[in-house]
Ligand binder design. Structure first.
Ligand SMILES: *Cc1c(COP(=O)(O)O)cnc(C)c1O
Length: 351
């Protein structure tokens, strides 16, 4: 009964996640999950920790996981924050670092959770338009702001910014926090984590959901100056002391330890992506250059919404966004070789 709601709830427009269908005989290319399962060592770590010890609360600081991440990226544990998916990490960032009396800047076409967090935490923002090639132009961000956030590579376009462009922005923007959301960086980009020790206002977020194939476990992280991390810890400890359960903590450690598996599976996805782009271009699609595990494509002769419905009838799901600037595009996750071939042979009959 809405009379009981807090006033802010009436106007909330929540994020709508991509569909997680019940049926298993669908080719699921709609939410950028990894087509290859997690490392066998991750599964083993989970099995080993299924025991009577589950009666205990987990380590509220997830120390084992922070140590593994700090070692992997060659930073201090005081520079590491972890949370229940990078979505939760991002929510804490918006709450802890962006509530100032100026506008937060992010691209007009980007991760659609950002405006949702702005509404939830009542943060004023300005959407900065992508250029005509649907790329982020960081020069457009040199204006007064309460913070800057963008994914690199951007979602849902897949377009990558070079690290030196990000560093140039950091040299000019020193008075507010710059967040680089690196959900897809492992599929071909260069991480800005190498810059955090030089720029105290830089915060980099990553997730184990995509490149490490652990979307189900919900593990996200942020790396930055200890003062920024301290702000996130304060918010986290005012919200939920135990965002990560012990199975996730141990699985996350194993994921960072099994680097061979990680590198091999990322390379497989990258190779499939390049092959997929080539095949789609042969079918007449225009495809944006992608450094992610998905591609963003449009066909000059076919309406994207219609095409996505026709694919659905053929048991293939891809993502279509109703946003006006990109309504003629489909975002297609890179699947296994077999799934990619299924998609291409169906598209061959549809375009
Ligand atoms: C998938 C994604 C996230 C969220 O990842 P989780 O760790 O699964 O919450 C954050 N940012 C972008 C740009 C994403 O695509």
């Amino acid at each position: 009964m809405s009379q009981f709601w807090s006033p802010i709830v009436h106007d909330l427009v929540p994020y709508i996640p991509g569909e997680q269908p019940k049926s298993e005989n669908l080719v699921k290319l709609n939410t950028n999950e990894n087509p290859y399962g997690p490392s066998p060592k991750v599964l083993e770590a989970i099995r080993l920790n299924v025991s009577n010890q589950l009666r205990l609360y987990p380590d509220p600081n997830a120390t084992d996981l922070k140590l593994a991440i700090a070692e992997y990226y060659d930073v201090e544990t005081a520079q590491v924050f972890v949370g229940n998916g990078s979505d939760e990490v991002l929510a804490h960032i918006f709450h802890a670092l962006f509530q100032h009396n100026k506008k937060l800047l992010f691209p007009d076409i980007t991760y659609s959770f950002y405006p949702v967090y702005c509404q939830l935490y009542q943060i004023d923002y300005q959407a900065v338009p992508l250029n005509e090639k649907l790329e982020i132009n960081l020069d457009d961000y040199q204006q007064e702001n309460s913070g800057i956030i963008f994914p690199n590579p951007n979602a849902p376009t897949g377009c990558l910014l070079a690290l030196d462009a990000i560093e140039q922005l950091l040299q000019k923007n020193t008075q507010s926090v710059v967040v680089v959301d690196e959900a897809y960086i492992d599929f071909g980009g260069e991480s800005a984590i190498s810059l955090v020790s030089k720029y105290p206002n830089l915060l980099v977020t990553q997730t184990l959901s995509k490149s490490r194939s652990l979307a189900s476990l919900r593990i996200g992280l942020a790396i930055g100056h200890p003062d920024l991390i301290e702000a996130l810890v304060r918010v986290k400890d005012s919200f939920n002391s135990y965002p990560l359960d012990n199975l996730s903590i141990q699985a996350g450690v194993a994921a960072f330890e099994d680097n061979d598996y990680f590198v091999t599976t990322c390379q497989k996805v990258i190779r499939s992506r390049e092959a997929m782009i080539e095949s789609l271009v042969e079918l007449g699609f225009e495809v944006l250059p992608s450094a992610a595990n998905f591609i963003f494509a449009t066909h000059p002769d076919r309406d994207a919404a219609e095409l996505s419905m026709e694919l659905r009838k053929e048991k293939i799901i891809v993502r279509h966004f109703k946003h006006q600037r990109i309504e003629q595009y489909l975002r297609i996750t890179i699947g296994t070789e077999e799934e990619n071939q299924q998609l291409l042979s169906i598209l061959d009959t549809l375009v």
